[in-house]
Design a protein around this ligand. Structure first.
Ligand code: PGA
Length: 251
């Protein structure tokens, strides 16, 4: 039986004050959570030291939203995976659709980031998802599986024993439009099937998260689907009560 995992993606939000308040509230409420539910948060880079201090000794995991694939070098404004590993992080989001769309990250770059994150002992959360135009053309699975294949080819199927996958349809992110539980399950099943074609055990154990306008009002239905193991939550993770309500929907 796979555990549930809910990760909050705080994107470019927060201040030292609001991060302290949010984490303190999440910590206080997470104590009563089911032991089979894991939770994590991904604040901005600059808030990671504060978050690490507040979360130390707790069961709430910490992640970053991006990492550069190179070890070091003349990449002004970038942060290397090794630097993040020194912060004691558990997860790094890789290939979020905002990175793919707004910062033109290619499948090859996403795969390189995935490898760099694992090399430094952290788990990549590989984000996959189709655009609205692609869904309307009926090619959602092809697009998502194409993005997945690029990483399987670069990293090998064994690498997925130490990775999480998040399916996030681009048209559902921050739009208030959630994929229906059936639409999400269909793509999750296709992802698990693709993993299973390579390695049945890895497919059975890999956590597949859904992301895109997850809220407390739709989380129970989404998380009760056979191949949905939790969520990657943006906007709704910025309010402690709402985030905890979503986490409690997973048991
Ligand atoms: P959202 O974002 O929950 O605000 O739609 C999800 C994400 O981008 O990870």
């Amino acid at each position: 039986m796979r555990p549930s995992l809910i990760i909050g993606n705080w994107k470019m939000h927060g201040s030292l004050d609001s991060v302290r308040q949010l984490l303190t509230a999440i910590l206080a409420q997470s104590e009563s959570m089911a032991s089979s539910t894991r939770i994590g948060v991904c604040p901005s880079f600059v808030h990671l030291p504060l978050a690490r201090e507040i979360l130390s000794g707790s069961s709430v995991s910490l992640g970053a939203q991006n990492a550069h694939a190179e070890e070091q070098g003349a990449y002004t404004g970038e942060v290397a995976a090794g630097m993040l590993a020194e912060m004691g992080l558990d997860y790094v989001l890789v290939g979020h659709s905002e990175r793919r769309q707004l910062f033109a990250e290619s499948d090859a770059e996403v795969a390189a980031k995935f490898l760099a994150v694992q090399k430094h002992g952290m788990q990549p959360v590989l984000c996959l998802g189709e655009s609205l135009a692609e869904r309307e053309k009926g090619i959602s699975s092809e697009v998502v599986l194409g993005q997945l294949n690029a990483v399987i080819e670069a990293a090998g199927i064994e690498a997925f024993a130490r990775a999480v996958i998040a399916y996030e349809p681009v048209w559902a992110i921050g739009t208030g439009k959630t994929a229906s539980p059936e639409q999400a399950q269909e793509i999750h099943a296709a992802i698990r099937q693709r993993l299973a074609e390579k390695d049945a055990e890895i497919a059975a154990n890999t956590l597949l998260l859904y992301g895109g306008s997850v809220k407390s009002g739709n989380a129970v239905e989404l998380f009760s689907q056979a191949d949905i193991d939790g969520g990657l939550v943006g906007g709704a993770s910025l309010a402690a009560d709402e985030f905890i309500a979503i986490c409690n929907s997973a048991d």
